[in-house]
Design a protein around this ligand. Structure first.
Ligand code: FES
Length: 315
């Protein structure tokens, strides 16, 4: 069976081999489509990604890896214009996901996915340890079968368009269909650009970008909820980011941003002795937030807090 799929027996038709390969690659194509659609949508939907003042923004991520990336010298414009680069990145991921899902220009979508994966590997994933655990490196090579074989005409618009063209060679009707598909993709891209612009305007609104006085003055947590010798994760009412509030010594409270400065995962509190651990790529931090090991370029941001009327409050 496998030999039928991969062999180039003269008895097997070229079309049949392509279709067989298309079915073999369908699970991989579907998985990559879902991953890239999710990545693009989550970047556009997350206001913090395109804003310049969040630790999980593209600006902060690129800034953090500029010193260690092998292409760090080229990242200056990306740091200075993170919105202009972040938005095409998100739209590019969406385009790759849509292309793979619909089987439309599948090889082109694979090339786009490889370029995006290579870019991420050379920047935010470069410090993954060991090096072969970088997900972006795996994605880079996962696209190669689709680059070589395409969708094989299986559950794909490429195949449908080819069949239409074969059935009615040269007919204006087929050219109309191609124009329709092309126009739909362009229209969807323009719609995404519009939605993203709305997010951008929302981010520039002072009431969203900066904490209101009442939010800044709100308690992070009641002191009684933080265990002595331990920590409690809460949501910062000012920024919406997760924060760890610690009480390593009875009555003495400290707080750390729970967002890992590598790629923005939420770190876990292990213990007073072992500090924090990041579940994504294994960075470790001491209980005071300082970096101990791993790809994170710096420690966790510490937040000044004080005990006020039984509540732990940012000062
Ligand atoms: S996000 Fe990569 S180590 Fe934390």
């Amino acid at each position: 069976m496998i030999s039928d799929v991969i062999s180039f027996s003269p008895r097997a038709g070229i079309g049949n081999r392509a279709v067989q390969l298309g079915w073999v690659l369908l699970p991989l194509r579907t998985f990559l489509a879902v991953v890239y659609l999710y990545g693009g949508v989550s970047k556009i939907a997350d206001r913090r990604f395109l804003s310049g003042d969040s630790p999980t923004s593209m600006h902060a991520s690129v800034l953090a890896v500029r010193g260690t990336s092998p292409i760090g010298g080229l990242l200056g414009p990306v740091v200075d214009h993170s919105f202009a680069f972040g938005l095409p990145l998100a739209i590019g991921e969406l385009a790759v996901g849509v292309g793979l899902l619909l089987g439309l220009w599948t090889r082109l979508a694979a090339v786009g996915g490889m370029i995006l994966a290579l870019s991420l590997w050379l920047t935010v994933s470069w410090d993954a340890s060991p090096w072969f655990t970088s997900a972006d490196l795996v994605y880079l090579f996962a696209f190669t079968p689709l680059l070589i074989a395409g969708a094989g005409g299986v559950l794909s618009l490429d195949g449908w368009l080819d069949r239409m063209a074969g059935a009615h060679p040269g007919r204006a009707e087929d050219r109309t269909r191609r124009s329709f598909v092309t126009g739909g993709v362009v229209a969807a891209t323009m719609a995404l650009l519009g939605v993203s612009s709305l997010f951008r305007r929302s981010n520039s609104t002072p009431s969203l970008a900066r904490p209101t006085p009442s939010a800044a003055a709100a308690d992070l947590v009641q002191a009684s909820a933080v265990p002595v010798g331990g920590a409690k994760q809460v949501k910062d009412p000012a920024s919406g980011d997760p924060v760890w509030v610690l009480q390593l010594v009875a009555g003495h409270f400290t707080a750390c941003d729970a967002v890992c400065p590598h790629q923005g995962c939420t770190v876990d509190f292990v213990s007073a002795r072992d500090g924090f651990s990041c579940p994504c790529h294994g960075s470790h931090f001491a209980a005071d937030g300082s970096r101990l090991s791993g790809p994170a370029p710096r420690g966790l941001a510490t937040l000044p807090v004080a005990l006020v009327d039984g509540g732990v409050r940012r000062t």
